[in-house]
Structure formats: C-alpha cells, structure tokens
Write a protein that binds this ligand. Sequence first.
Ligand code: ADP
Ligand code: MG
Length: 733
Amino acid sequence: MFTLDTPLARIAGIGPGFLAKLKHLGVATIGDLLYHFPTRYEDFSQIYRIADLEPGQHATIQGTVEEITTRRTWQKHFIVVEATVRDDSGSTRIIWFNQPYIKNILRPGRLANFSGKVAVSQDELYLSHPTFEPVSGDARDETRHTARLVPIYPETRGLTSKGIRYLIQPILKGLARPPEWLPGAALRMNRLPELHHALQDVHFPERIEDALAAKRRFAFEDLFLLQLENFAQKMKLARTRAVQIKTDIPLLKRIIAELPFALTASQKRSLWEILQDLEKGRPMNRLLQGDVGSGKTVVAALAAISAAENGRETAIMAPTEVLARQHFETFKKLFSHISAVREPKIALMTASDTKLFYENGLESPVKKGELREKVRRGEIPIVIGTHALLEESVRFKSLGLVVIDEQHRFGVEQRAALSRDARSGRRAKATFTPHFLSMSATPIPRTLMLTVFGDLDISTITELPAGRKNIVTKIVAPENRPKAYEFIREQIARGRQAFVICPRIEKPEQDGAEKSFRAREWSALEVKSVKEEFEKLSTTVFPDLRVAMLHGQMPASSKTRRGLASGGKPNKEQVMRDFKDGATDVLVSTSVIEVGVDVPNAVIMMIEGAERFGLAQLYQFRGRVGRGEHQSFCFLFTESGAKSTHERLRAIVEAKNGFELAEIDLKLRGPGEFLGERQTGLPDIAMRGLQDVELIKASRASALRVIQEDQHLNRYPALQLKLAEFQKKLHLE
Ligand code: ADP
Ligand code: MG
C-alpha cells in the first residue's frame, strides 16, 4: 500500500524519463500526482452499437479488429493506420494518423473499446483518431480511457492524458485510505465528500456530479487553509506589540488647514482610520486603496507627520527610483506649506548613488554612510526610498510606521527586515514592530478582498479630488494612426506633452531558431517596442519635436561618485526629470512609468499593443494624464482585430472606476493573471475557487468556527500539519 507521501520513484514501472516529465509538472509524490486534477471529462460512458452511430457524435464502441493496415498519404507526410472493426450490429472503419505502433497492439481478432468522434467521408461513417483500450469482454472489466467518464488532464510536452490515466488508476487502487484532515463539521456543514472518495471521484468519477463535488472539496481545502492562515496572521499581529502613536487632533487640524487643497471626505476618513490604528499598541496592517490620482500620498504624509511628532521614524518605500524621488519632491512641497510644526527632515535613499538630504528648506547631497548613520541615530524622521531601505545596513532608531507604495501588502520577508532592531540587528522580538501601511491603485475585487487579502484591514478613497476632468478615451483603428499623430502635434504646439507606451523594450532577435518558432512567437515580433517606436517617432513622425525614451534597461541615474558623470548616457532619472520640466515633448516608454508618476502638463496617453496589458494596468496608464487643468486624452492602439480584444478594451472606455475594471479583469483573465501567480502562491484550483463567492463565504465561516473554539488547533493535529505545509508554500514566494 502507498500513502500520499510515497515518492513516485518508489513505484515499480515508472521509468526515469517519465519521472523527469512528472517532475517538470512539479509532481514527485503520489499526493502530488493525485492533486494533479483533470481540467474536464469526456463522457464516453455509453457503449454504442456500430449500426446506431451518427455523424458528429462522440461515442464509444466495442468491437473486434478484423483488419488493420498502414499506409502513407500521397504527400508522404502522414502515416495512416486504418482498421475495420465489427460488432453484432455491423462494422466501421477507424483511422489514426502518425501512430504506426497501433498496428502492433490491435492485431486482428483483438477486442477493444474505441472512444472518439464519428466522422463522415464520401457518405461513409468512420471513427477519427479515437482513444482505444483492449478489453476482455467481461462486463466487470475496468476501463480508464474508454466506456466511461474519461478525465482529460492539463498536458505538457510528451505527457499525455492517456499516460496520466494509465498511471493514476493503479495508484488509486493501491492507496491506503488517506487520513481526513478537514474537520468533520466543515465537511458536514458544506456537504463535502471525504478525501478518499474525492480523490477517486475527481479522477475516475461514476457520474459527473461526483467529479464536481470532489472538485468543490479541493477548492474548499485551499480556501479554508487560506482563511485559517489569515486569521492566524491577524492573531499573531494582535499579540505583537507596536509603539503607540498618539494623534494630536488640534495640531493635525491646523496642518490640514494649511494644505494647498481641501482633503476629500474619503481622504479624511482613511486618514482617521489609520490614525486610530496607530494609537493602538499592536501593529497596524492596513491597505489604503484608491484610484490613480485620488491622493493617497498626502494621507501617508500626514500619518508620517503624526509619527514624527511622537518621536518615531517613518520609512516610505516606492517600487522605482523615479517614484521614490517624486515622493521626496511631493513631501518637500507639501511640508513647505506647513508652519504648524517644524518641518521634519526628509531623506531619499535608493540603491544608486543619488542620495539627497533635506533640512530647513535646503536640499543637500549626503554620503550614503553618513545618511545611514543619521538614520541609525534617529535624526531623520522621514526616510523615502526604494527597496534599498530593506538592506541589512539600514537600521532605524525607532521605526514607527512603514509605508509601501503601489503594492498590495508586505511580504513576510519585508516585514521581518523592517522589524530589525537598530542596535542588535536581530529581529525586534521583545521590542516593537512598526505599523504597516500599503497603498495601491489597483482595486481589489470583493472576492479577493475576502480571501487573498483577508488578513488586511482596508481603507478606500472612493472619490477623486474635485475639478478633475474626464479623460477622453478612444480605441484607434490602424488607418487613423496618422490622424492621431496629427492631433498629438497640435497639442504639443499648444505646449502640452504626450506619453507613448509600448509593451516591450526592443524587437526580439530573429535568428534561425526563432524563425521556426510557433505562430504565437511570430506575433510577438510584431509587438511595438520602445526602441523602434522611439526611432520612428524621432526621425520620421516628429523629427522637429523633442522625443525621449524610457525603459527598465537604462541606468537608474547618473553616477555622481567621484564627480564622474556616466559618460552622457541617458538615465531614467534624467529622462523623467526632463519630461517633468517640460524639456521633452514626447516620452516613449515601457510600463516603468506605470505607477504613480505625476506630470500635470502631459495630456496624451497613447498606448501601443493595448491588448497586451491587463485592464487594471491600462486604467493605471490612463491615470498618468488628466492630472492638471487641461483636457486629456487616451488613445488605445491594437493590431488585433479580434472581437474579444475590442470588447475588453471597450470596458476601459466605458468603466466608471477601477473597481468595475478589476471585476471584469478578474472574470476575463482569472485571478492568476490579475494578481500574478507569485502574489498569491495559490494553486490553480484555489484560483478558480476565488471566483466562487459562496464557497469563499462558507470556507471563511468554517475557518472562523474552528479558530474560535480552538485557537491553536490542538484538537486538529492533521489540520495543524496541513496548515504548516500550506504556510510554507504561501510564503515561499
Ligand atoms: P495617488 O493616489 O495616485 O498616489 P497622489 O497622491 O499622487 O495620487 O495625488 C495626485 C495629485 O493630487 C497630487 O498632485 C496631489 O497633490 C493632489 N491632491 C491630493 N489630494 C488632493 C485634494 N484633496 N484636492 C486636490 N488635489 C489633491
Ligand atoms: Mg501614488
């Protein structure tokens, strides 16, 4: 007998080649294999009489091979195996392509099942390329490929559904009844099949309902573990101590009154939710979500001021250097309006050498080591940077608040790195954990909020600041491209600026190997690239305008070490600054400008290969314009004539807000694409479960029940183990 943990290598009859293929699928144990689920089932359960076959049918027949031959087609491209098979009612022809070995298996006189499509040629019916399975004719014969509901598996190169079925059936027979680890109450309340039934039914169901019930159970498994993990994380944080940051309400009111604009109602509400969390003695774990341009930064800045007034530092992390610098500038500008408190010192710290330090209204460069020393001594209340802030050498004296921009949540690693104690460098176990605030403009659909982000508290900015103009959005047909360029030229003549976004940096090399690639790869060659578009726009379309390009392969900034410039090579920092200063008219870029960049004078967002981007992403691109007083425009270009592409893009034109798009994106592309597989760490089946609101609610209720009555799962040792495994998988990202 085997258990789920038995390595497949221990099973007799699986060759090393096959094992390697399985490993490629991430399948090493029997459990892995049995959790490799079919994507669908073919219903071949009924055996038809040959005389009753009808064209177009998917059917199984049982008959004896009368004759079997092979021949080459006249173009010599194919080897055709042709058989005649007879049952009591009559005989039919069967044809296979390029499988000459079949002739050796199905010798004349052999009885077999054949499942496949009934085709018709010159008024004669035949079975085209059926799966087959020799049988004995005994009614108790057990089949796996024919005459039943046949599982169809996701296949990879060289590993067919047939191969997997071949393997799984005997394994299910030899499997010791696996222990049930889901609590009995959860099974009963949600009418879920037990594990050993579910394993049988998901692979070789008697009825399709059994297969569906089994799949529902497996989706539930992951959702349930996810919910348990969320509750566990929440409780863990609730046991951790954090510094209390008290809000000085009258002072805060004076500061808000000094801002150059009035806060929107939901900015105020979000700020209030955050400030209330900061007063508690346990760490905040909150996501601030709001559309592009809804004004998340100022909310974070006000929280940072409050922390500074309490003698605590705030670290603000941005995903790119360009964005970190922009935050730095925004904070400077914001604070210049404020006289109610002494302007806090702000530092910018990124991996490149450009570090700046701001004090008493003056900006001055500072050496990296010196800056780190000041941070360690707690002299700088607000430190803005990239992930460089996570480096071992960066320590804070008394870090009170960490803000991470354009990310949904902190990873476990990031959290640990930021909780390091300033003196010892060890994790601050006995001391304090900072408060965590993440900010994101990608709205999270409700189902994901309940599950993948169930451990977070959420604040939402629901409205844009007053006076924002609607952005005119158009899908532009290829023949109207010249008109669009003409329009851009007019806008630039009026002093405005334009973005052009391309899906890739450069045209892929087209060597011999690549030429023979599949059609999909071919179409990739036609996707517009930044380098080509830059070339075209700067030399042919707009030779008289100032065109620049920006992409991720460019150096982040010029090296200032030892006073050397980087040899005049363009760098991201400089290109972005020029664009912000109005020194360039058109910026051709990849998605590096996706997040957060603020250039109010840019009024045109032109997106090439729009079908290559997710809706939520396109929405964010569009949010780069419409930030100033001028009417703005977004032009979507696509080479794809597909109706589905146009429907998808129409959603952008019509959507009222990002939430709507997020829901559509989730439906159309699934959670994997939406979040990026790595962000969730969830297997496929749970991913599909994420679209099932009822199942999510059920799993949440069951998890809550278990954790409320037995916080440490002492009464559920099997569940405990399973959860530990799941946590490992989840946090391995
Ligand atoms: P996002 O939420 O996309 O990060 P930002 O914080 O960058 O948005 O804000 C976008 C712009 O809106 C900034 O220039 C900011 O100063 C401005 N802003 C923020 N809040 C308001 C408000 N209540 N009224 C007017 N302008 C605001
Ligand atoms: Mg932002």
